[in-house]
Design a protein around this ligand. Structure first.
Ligand SMILES: Cc1cc2nc3c(=O)[nH]c(=O)nc-3n(C[C@H](O)[C@H](O)[C@H](O)COP(=O)(O)OP(=O)(O)OC[C@H]3O[C@@H](n4cnc5c(N)ncnc54)[C@H](O)[C@@H]3O)c2cc1C
Length: 405
């Protein structure tokens, strides 16, 4: 008799689990997906191009209560294993900016189509529009029940339901609830890799401007993170890669009621001496206001906003401002932005938090509480930086589970 394997969730980690589990001829593999298509989130990744991993791989790009867990996972199914795997199923990869790896087609949909082909070819039974509502341990395995009250027995079950980030692609709390129903601990999720609300109202008038900045997250008196990249100013705060990059650290501090602000430097590529001489020159003009004098070096909406936030009158005559040059420069290099409450999960690329990794064996992804239950991907209390790290974690955990199930 064949060993029956049931996978709940046909996203990144579920698809690769199914692939590896189906390599063993003694397994009969079924994958259940509540949406009417497999891999919907995968199809949307990397702006439709699927940034599937990163050549600069390492646990320092991840966040988890036990970072050793991530290190072990990345050793068991590494970056090279991932690249070899994609090549073996006919997906050639290409490396673009900052080590980001994509399929050569630059189409995320290609990745999902190739997975579908491989799974069907390996006799995996794909059940779409099947939401799993309950998971019960029974003798020698588990029974899973769909929303339509179909019951299925499996010797082994893989929970690959993902997180609750980005509900428009089907994400929900299902995975946490199913894991919790079997006694697993859930570290309360919070949204990461998303835009930030900023309380300074003046900043909102910069809506639509894109500008490279250095953003430093200051918690207490300590800089805990610094990112230099593009900021997109919005009607509520900041978006763009720099804002997304610091969002996890900011939201975590806000939710823990810590004293946090973001220091914003709109001149990340100038050293202070160069800035001094440029400002000296700009402010020496006898007929200009301070605001107007600064139009020559930044977007013309910026002087008023940053000077007001620093309490400096923007309509001062430029020449009279010269004696205050340090404070004026600092208004643009050390602006203090105060984060508001986190924006919703619907806008988050990933969720921090999830199933406590202390309860999962990193060598196999098997639950420490239930033999035969495996947990993969973003459902676990692991989230990565932007740049291919979250998909890599899904591929690694899925492959490990598929080989060990
Ligand atoms: C817009 C966007 C862009 C992204 N871009 C990138 C990127 O370029 N690079 C990168 O590394 N990461 C990216 N990510 C993150 C990455 O997509 C996820 O980390 C990854 O898909 C997680 O894989 P997973 O298998 O854990 O979950 P998912 O891929 O989310 O799959 C979970 C699946 O389980 C299904 N499911 C849930 N509950 C049930 C249930 N009860 N019954 C049946 N099925 C269920 C869901 O419908 C879903 O299909 C992006 C995320 C988003 C939202």
């Amino acid at each position: 008799m064949k060993q029956k394997i049931g996978i709940i969730g046909a996203g990144a980690s579920g698809l690769i689990t199914a692939y590896f589990a189906s390599q063993n001829p003694h397994n009969e593999v079924h994958i259940f997906e509540k949406q009417n298509k497999i891999g919907r989130k995968v199809s949307a990744t990397g702006n439709g191009r699927c940034n599937l991993t990163n050549m600069n791989m390492g646990s320092e790009h991840y966040h988890c209560s036990d970072i050793q867990f991530v290190t072990k996972v990345l050793q068991s199914f590494s970056l090279q294993d991932t690249l070899d795997f994609f090549h073996s199923i006919g997906i050639i990869t290409t490396t673009l900016e900052n080590g980001k790896v994509y399929p050569a087609s630059l189409q995320a949909s290609t990745v999902v189509k190739v997975f579908e082909h491989e799974l069907l070819h390996n006799n995996v039974q794909i059940h779409t529009s099947r939401k799993i509502e309950s998971l019960q341990p029974v003798h020698n395995g588990f029974t899973i029940t769909t929303a339509g009250k179909e019951e299925h027995f499996f010797h082994k079950v893989i929970l690959a339901c993902g997180s609750c980030a980005y509900g428009s692609l089907g994400a929900s709390r299902d995975g946490y609830e199913l894991a919790q129903s079997l006694g697993h601990t859930i570290i309360e999720p919070f949204p990461a890799l998303l835009p930030l609300n900023i309380a300074n109202k003046q900043l909102h008038t910069l809506q639509g401007i894109r500008w490279d900045c250095t953003l430093s997250v200051v918690v207490g008196n300590t800089v805990v993170q610094q990112v230099t990249d593009e900021v997109l100013f919005t009607a509520y705060g900041i978006s763009g890669p720099a804002a997304l990059g610091i969002s996890r650290a900011v939201n975590e501090a806000v939710l823990l009621n810590k004293d946090v602000y973001i220091q914003c430097n709109i001149f990340p590529y100038y050293d202070i001496h160069t800035l001094h001489s440029l400002f000296d020159q700009l402010l020496s003009h006898p007929k200009k206001s301070l605001e107007f004098a600064l139009y020559g070096i930044m977007n013309n909406k910026m002087p008023r906003v940053f000077l007001s936030m620093a309490g400096i009158p923007y309509d001062w005559p430029a020449v009279e401002s010269c004696h205050n040059i340090d404070a004026i420069i600092s208004a643009f290099t050390s602006a203090m932005l105060y984060p508001g409450k986190p924006r919703p999960f619907t806008e988050a690329v990933v969720a921090a938090g999830g199933v406590d990794v202390q309860e999962v064996n990193p060598a196999t992804m098997e639950s420490q509480l239930h033999k035969g239950l495996f947990i993969t991907g973003e459902l676990l209390d692991v989230d990565g930086d932007s740049g291919g790290y979250n998909l890599q974690f899904a591929w690694s955990t899925g492959a490990i589970a598929g080989k060990n199930a």
